[in-house]
Design a binder for this molecule. Structure first.
Ligand SMILES: Nc1ncnc2c1ncn2[C@@H]1O[C@H](COP(=O)(O)OP(=O)(O)OP(=O)(O)O)[C@@H](O)[C@H]1O
Length: 238
């Protein structure tokens, strides 16, 4: 299940100066898009607006044709810092996130265990975050976002804090989960190779206030050096 996400004339300002110029973008249902750009160009702002954490200054965001006015179970979010409750087990963290759905306790437990199994963490369900490695904690965060079966998955540098090997494993896991679920994915990263390896489309943001500098489909198959070069050029040109 997936939803189309649409930014229509979206601009954002945190009180005073705008940080994102009016932007129109459509992310088709089931697509996997990487938002790439230098620090401060507004990538997280776009993601947080789609998540419903930040309100637009102008324009609007829709998910499945419905205007986003706040967070909702149709949109799951994963951050770089996993933000797990240290006093809850992995299962407890995922169950807690399911509370807002108003499901009975037994059903929450069942969904939490299924989501943890899906990310390869069935064995760690009763462990506390401090007993889990960074990669495992990020798996819990991913399970927490997926447990409610969101139609849109919003990821903000989710693998930025992981070592290279764990990161590669998590990328493979994410691709696999995406292929299975068909969720619409928006994935924020600084890393051009991560963007090109994962996504079917790369949108480059830049400038201050931010705007779209480039928008490229990423063909399936082996890496395309010409595409990499063209995206890299947009990243370094102000
Ligand atoms: N809550 C906030 N209040 C005020 N200004 C903010 C807030 N969040 C972000 N900004 C500003 O908005 C601009 C865009 O920030 P944003 O975090 O969206 O960029 P980014 O591209 O995701 O950067 P990074 O890659 O460093 O996370 C920056 O100038 C930042 O300082």
């Amino acid at each position: 299940m997936s939803l189309e996400v649409r930014l229509e004339g979206l601009s954002v300002g945190y009180g005073a100066a705008p940080v994102l110029r009016p932007t129109d973008l459509v992310f088709p249902a089931g697509s996997f898009t990487a938002l790439l750009g230098p620090s401060g160009c507004g990538k997280s702002t776009v993601l947080n607006t789609v998540a419903g954490f930040v309100r637009p200054a102008t324009g609007r965001v829709t998910a499945g044709g419905t205007e986003v006015t706040g967070p909702g179970p149709d949109r799951g979010v994963v951050f770089q810092h996993y933000a797990l409750f240290p006093w809850r087990t992995a299962r407890g963290n995922v169950e807690f996130a399911l509370k807002r759905l108003g499901l009975p306790r037994a059903r929450r437990r069942e969904l939490a265990l299924a989501a943890l199994a899906e990310v390869g963490l069935a064995d760690g369900a009763e462990k506390y975050p401090a007993q889990l490695s960074g990669g495992m904690q990020q798996r819990v965060a991913l399970a927490r976002a997926l447990a409610a079966r969101p139609e849109v998955l919003l990821m903000d540098e989710p693998f930025g804090a992981l070592d290279a090997l764990t990161r590669t494993r998590m990328q493979a896991l994410l691709r696999e989960l995406w292929e299975r679920s068909g969720t619409t994915v928006l994935f924020v990263t600084h890393d051009i190779d991560e963007a090109l390896a994962l996504a079917g489309r790369v949108v480059v943001l830049g400038g201050s206030p931010g705007r779209v500098l480039a928008d490229h489909p990423v063909p399936a198959g082996p890496p395309d050096p010409a595409l990499r070069e063209s995206v890299a050029a947009r990243l370094t040109t102000p």
